[in-house]
Write a protein that binds this ligand. Sequence first.
Ligand code: OSB
Ligand code: MG
Length: 370
Amino acid sequence: MKIEHITLHHIRMPLVAPFQTSRWVERDRECVLVELQAEGLTGWGECVATQSCTYSYETVKTNWLILEDFLLPALLGVDLPDISTYHRLISHVTGHPMAKAGLEMALWDVFAQAAGVSLQHLLGGEGDRVAVGVSVGIQPDIPALLAQVEAYLRQGYTRIKIKIKPGRDFADTAALRQAYPDLLLQVDANSAYRLTDIDTLKALDDLGLLLIEQPLAHDDILDHAKLQAQLRTALCLDESITSVDHARWALEVDACRIINIKPGRVGGMAEGKRIHDTCHAQGVPVWMGGMLETGIGRAANLALASLPGFTLPGDISASARYYQRDIITEPFELNPDSTLSVPTGPGLGVTMDRDWLQQIRLRRQTFTGG
Ligand code: OSB
Ligand code: MG
């Protein structure tokens, strides 16, 4: 596969409502999209980093820089036989998983198209739907939280995740549990706690949660193991798992009993699949996380989430939960059974809305190989 041209698009697309986590707020989806031309085919990828280094150290600008200075030069003009050769060609670049994953996604798209199959098929996924839930940001107060969750339940979502932070944790979660005794409910702290907050975290232990996501530091494994030893509820790591090795380390020391897989966080779908395979072999459940992706990243996430070890509902909601107008011409809609359908067309199986792309684009640049 001869890689001829790559165009980077920096976009800013409005969210339907601000998304508040324990440590930051997202108002728009600002990201780099990768458009790759190879032998008459066009592949699309999405870098999941945002405008600020909140979730991780990567940002839109670092994604662009690493792509322009290191990743694209390694790839442009190359006759690429497969995706593992891509990883070999960029193996000198340390870190920056989101930049690497955005480019990898565009490669998966063209390789699947060239083979005339869906990305799901190429990855080895199965089934036509993926169970999904919705991730609810921190609301102004508890009545607003109850109203927001009720609205999502009425739309058909059957699994709810709420963001928590110190001072907005036990009372919020307990109120929801009281209103919905049987709800599939989980919480995500995005690294807002320390081991010394053990009393608060132990209080959450009695609320029948599916899991507690990333309570401690973004790069910690050891303290999570100390915490897991004191809780019955499964801990789930998100930020801390940046490779299959981190997954292995975390499981070896019982730092978590569930893993949230985000391809962008771990350098791409190949690494995400390796984490899935490691967990599946050990009977550890995984689920697909989300980064408020556009329809491009969402399509890729659905394909990967159809692998058999993804046994818990993913943070992959319908387009309308995020955007008035998504970047693809066929927005994702929630099925009545709280699932999203996995695209079946060749490659990602979605179509870029070029008209909308042009309206929300802040910058574009095309790079060509020698
Ligand atoms: O921690 O899972 C997270 C969104 C942005 C950054 C981090 C996270 C999230 C979410 C939203 O929880 C998940 C989604 O895309 O619906
Ligand atoms: Mg998370």
